[in-house]
Design a protein. Structure first.
Length: 469
């Protein structure tokens, strides 16, 4: 099989009508996802200010317990899922040199994902919750989400099946694989006969961690494998290394969710196995990160003023966030960090510094290619620095707060002491969150320009790497 960028399919133009359909679908997914990004992160920003100002918004509908679930589920299944599915459908058609299998199916997928997101948000704000992290939506809403994923997988597979070459492009391994794995994860999480006692704990560990590692991670990596070579105008460093990382991720990841329940009644052997596999996850993480960074080698000038800067930041977010997860899995550090703000900082390192930056890099690299409309370089740079500095402040503040909380608890001091000691860091959390949200507003403006703005006939006005891609 060819290395990324070597396939003739990547250079095969679509029929004008098919190209318009693909562009229309891609743009619709990005508009919808961006709207959800603004809403769900505005909710998250309000939640962050509640730590520094506890009397802010005391109505039941604005309570922390409801807003936190709205924020996490919304960013997961409305913002990130819709954006990644839109990117995956675009990549499936472009990399296969063929038309999108079904425009109607793409609209059905988007409708299902939006219906699930709206219904889930309303249900949570009314206090209707499944009370399991990342699957708080009632079961029937999660069924709608699962149907959306199933139709997305159908469209991706059928599109790639009609490719004009024998080879399957590397990105499609990740995007199709991640979608199929997630359908299995959702089905397991819906089975009622496991939702009791320790069975519920085990299923929660399975679902919670795999929602990140077998849904968002492979789709984001699939975006990397397509957008990075396009942006740099060179093939991926190693196709074989990409496939190796794909299969080792599948082998090691599914069981490691149990490391969230160490010292629980779950079997000790299961907890230990989760720790061992958490260490083994360094294999696909290092393999994938090395593949991206070696692809970048010698093209450092392409990083400035191009979407590559988002992708490179996302690669380091993937590397550092994954290594952080491995370290946290050890029992000695679980005693210090578990149930503290440290884990919240870690989740933002993965879902924001990795996943969101991967999406932004893919959107900035590929959406202008579809529409012929380019964002302003300065606005793109402002978005990058607001989001990058914001998430850095956010993660550092919560990592410090979580470490202090853990040390206070280990010393046996009163719980209120950990609250007093962490309070200054919560204000910095709100500062970081504010910068991140301002970056999202700039991103929304850029998306508007890339879809509804004026077409630039002079492509020299665009970022050099975008034009070259």
């Amino acid at each position: 099989m060819p290395a990324a960028g070597d396939s003739a399919a990547l250079r095969t133009p679509l029929d004008a009508a098919d190209d318009r359909i693909l562009t229309r679908v891609f743009a619709a997914y990005m508009v919808s996802a961006t709207a959800w990004l603004l809403f769900t992160t505005a909710v998250g920003l309000l939640v962050s200010f509640k730590f520094a100002y506890p009397d802010l918004g005391t109505a039941p509908a604005l309570s922390f317990g409801r807003l936190r679930a709205i924020h996490t589920n919304g960013t997961f299944y409305a913002w990130a899922s819709q954006a990644l599915v839109g990117l995956a459908l675009y990549i499936a058609a472009r990399s296969s040199g063929t038309r999108l299998y079904s425009e109607r199916l793409a609209w059905v997928t988007l409708a299902l994902l939006n219906v699930a997101a709206v219904a889930g948000t309303v249900a949570l704000d009314l206090g209707l919750s499944n009370a399991q992290e990342y699957r708080e939506w009632p079961w029937w809403i999660r069924c709608i989400l699962g149907a959306g994923l199933a139709t997305a997988a159908w469209n991706m597979i059928a599109t790639v099946a009609t490719r004009d070459s024998e080879d399957i492009y590397l990105s499609n391994w990740y995007t199709i694989g991640g979608t199929l794995w997630t359908i299995i994860i959702v089905l397991v999480a819906l089975m009622p006969w496991y939702q009791h006692g320790l069975g519920q704990v085990a299923v929660q560990a399975f679902f919670m961690h795999n929602a990140v590692g077998l849904w968002f991670t492979p789709l984001a990596l699939g975006v990397f494998y397509y957008a990075l070579p396009k942006t740099l105008s060179r093939p991926i460093y190693s196709y074989s290394l990409g496939i190796f990382a794909f299969w080792t991720n599948l082998v090691f990841y599914p069981i490691i969710g149990a490391h969230h329940f160490e010292f629980s009644p779950l079997p000790w052997w299961l907890q230990t196995t989760a720790i061992v596999f958490s260490v083994a996850m360094l294999v696909p993480v290092l393999a994938g990160s090395a593949n991206f960074l070696l692809t970048l080698h010698g093209r450092y000038e392409r990083i400035q003023r191009s979407p590559a800067i988002f992708i490179v930041f996302g690669v380091f977010g993937y590397l550092l966030g994954s290594m952080q997860g491995t370290v946290e899995a050890f029992r000695s550090l679980q005693q210090l960090w578990h149930l503290t703000n440290y884990t919240v900082g870690h989740s933002h390192m993965t879902m924001y510094a990795f996943i969101s930056f991967a999406i932004w890099g893919g959107v900035y690299a590929l959406l202008p290619r579809a529409t012929g409309k380019y964002p302003d370089n300065l606005a793109m740079g402002i978005h990058f620095w607001l989001s990058a500095v914001g998430v850095a402040i956010y993660v550092i503040a919560l990592s410090a707060a979580g470490t202090i909380q853990g040390l206070v608890w280990l010393r046996g001091l009163p719980f209120i002491q950990s609250v007093v000691d962490a309070a200054p860091y919560w204000l910095w959390r709100a500062v970081g969150g504010t910068l991140m949200f301002l970056g999202h507003i700039v991103f929304a403006v850029n998306v508007w320009a890339m879809i509804f703005g004026r077409t630039r006939s002079d492509r020299s006005a665009a970022a050099p790497a975008v034009a070259a891609a």
